[in-house]
Design a protein around this ligand. Structure first.
Ligand SMILES: [Zn+2]
Length: 292
């Protein structure tokens, strides 16, 4: 049984890491601890680690089986990657491929890898280390990326920036371009199974969400437009990881307002298990109701 259904689509989640991650004041420049204490019941120990106050996070991919294709949405952190500024994930060895096998999927069977954006924690499993070089993990897949997003990180990489995003461009993006597997598309790209991109720029310049519609049901893979359910309470809170915090705020607010009570299942890239749910109006703002 898949963990999640959107109409006829079966959706599963594979995590590289779940647990406490950022201290909220480090992650949200506008953080106000009163918001956590005033909403303690809504947040609870599943979302804020008791004692440390750290944000509970998950880093995961979604696997979507549409009946025609097997699609990975974002490819998480990856194994063996040099990420010295993120010591917890530096040259990580995790069981992602075994977890995929447990779903009955071999890497050769993945048809598409669709990327919401090209940050290091969303592209890692694009490639794996084989005999000292980075090769596509999914040898038969097309890797679908918005060209606006690709162009931005290409320039960033060329600038010589010292950043995990530049390292990821080198070890997780360029190798799939080299094999001809990268599909650089407009930010309104549609796959005729019932999945399509929509631009929500700000977190990154070419950031997209991926809509899914099947059998009258709809879902939205929102990537990092929201990082944590706290942002439903405070839609204005952009993160230190946002390229353009002001534009990110506009996109985030639009997403929350458009999807509050829309019936669409929201599938975020970093919310802890059970991860998916619905945005609802709550007092003067919103809340995230997990589906469980
Ligand atoms: Zn992320």
């Amino acid at each position: 049984m898949p963990a999640i259904r959107i109409g006829e689509f079966a959706v599963d989640r594979i995590a590289d890491y779940e647990g406490p991650f950022f201290a909220p004041a480090d992650f949200f420049p506008d953080f106000d601890p009163a918001v956590v204490s005033e909403n303690a019941e809504l947040l609870g120990p599943r979302l804020i680690e008791p004692g440390t106050g750290k944000l509970m996070f998950s880093f995961h991919s979604f696997v979507v089986r549409t009946g025609r294709h097997t699609i990975l949405i974002d490819s998480c952190i990856g194994n063996d990657k040099d990420r010295p500024s993120r010591p917890q994930f530096h040259r990580m060895r995790g069981p992602f491929i075994d977890d995929l096998a447990r779903l009955g999927i071999r890497p050769e069977e993945v048809d598409y890898v669709m990327c919401t954006h090209l940050h290091w924690d969303h592209v890692g499993w694009n490639t794996r280390l084989q005999n000292g070089s980075w090769v596509p993990t999914f040898p038969n897949a097309k890797y679908v990326m918005a060209k606006t997003e690709y162009d931005h990180w290409q320039d960033f990489h060329a600038s010589g920036a010292d950043s995990p995003h530049a390292l990821a461009f080198e070890d997780s993006i360029l190798p799939v371009v080299k094999t001809g597997q990268a599909l650089l598309v407009g930010d309104d790209y549609a796959l005729d199974d019932g999945l399509w991109f929509e631009a929500y720029p700000g977190h990154t310049p070419g950031n997209v969400v991926i809509h899914a519609r099947s059998g009258g049901a709809s879902g939205v893979f929102i990537g990092d437009v929201l990082h944590h359910p706290l942002q439903c309470i405070k839609p204005a809170w952009s993160t230190m990881a946002c390229t353009d915090p002001a534009l990110s705020r506009v996109s985030r607010t639009r997403l929350i307002e458009e999807h509050a009570d829309s019936g669409a299942l929201i599938l975020p890239a970093h919310f802890p298990a059970p991860t998916v749910g619905h945005i609802r109006p709550h007092q003067s703002a919103f809340r995230f109701d997990f589906a469980s």
